[in-house]
Design a protein around this ligand. Structure first.
Ligand SMILES: [Zn+2]
Length: 200
């Protein structure tokens, strides 16, 4: 028997998701069919909802605002000259939860194990540099490298620090509250808050 076309199409798309292979994608398709129409409708709605999510053109954080900027970039009460570079949105959310950081962010994207910047990351740095040049002072007061304290994070942090040195008064890293090899995303609020306060 041939796989029905709609199932094949679904499986082809879902197999592209991180952590899902072709076999699992096929299983998900079959599962959804067996769950019945109510479930497939709900699945459709959930996927359609993602279309309203936009990526901030300044920091690459996700948002649902009318404009092109996320809430943080659009908020004039945030300190403009302080920028934290985080790997992913979940790190940004963890830092926001501590309430200890009042600057803005750059969501840098997954770090390559080889310790090199992707072309997308290079573009993001250029965009940040352009943005910094337009500040009244023409320089950021502080750039906080809030990348995970592991060997890859350390290498990427040095590369980024080197790139951004001409654009910042000072470049700091999160304080050593987070254990080496640990992840910002999973640090408890108090530890991360402490690491933010003690950045150096
Ligand atoms: Zn933003």
């Amino acid at each position: 028997m041939k796989t029905p076309e709609p199932i094949k199409r679904f499986a082809d798309v879902f197999a592209e998701l991180p952590g899902v292979g072709p076999r699992q994608a096929l299983r998900i398709a079959l599962y959804a069919v067996h769950r019945g129409r109510g479930f497939t409708e709900e699945l459709m709605g959930a996927i359609a909802g993602l279309r309203s999510i936009k990526i901030c053109r300044q920091c690459f954080n996700l948002h649902e605002n009318q404009g092109e900027l996320c809430e943080i970039c659009a908020d004039p009460s945030r300190e403009q000259g302080i920028v934290a570079i985080v790997e992913k949105e979940t790190d940004l959310l963890s830092m926001e939860k501590t309430g200890k950081f009042r600057g803005r962010y750059l969501v840098f994207g997954d770090m390559r194990k080889a310790g090199v910047l992707t072309s997308e990351q290079k573009i993001k740095l250029r965009i940040l540099e352009e943005w910094i040049k337009n500040l009244p002072s023409g320089k950021a007061g502080e750039i906080v490298l809030a990348l995970n304290p592991n060997p890859v994070g350390d290498v990427i942090s040095s590369i980024v620090a080197e790139e951004l040195r001409p654009f910042a008064e000072r470049i700091t890293r999160l304080g050593r509250g987070i254990p080496a090899g640990g992840e910002i995303e999973f640090a408890d609020e108090e530890t991360l808050g402490e690491a933010i306060s003690r950045r150096n």
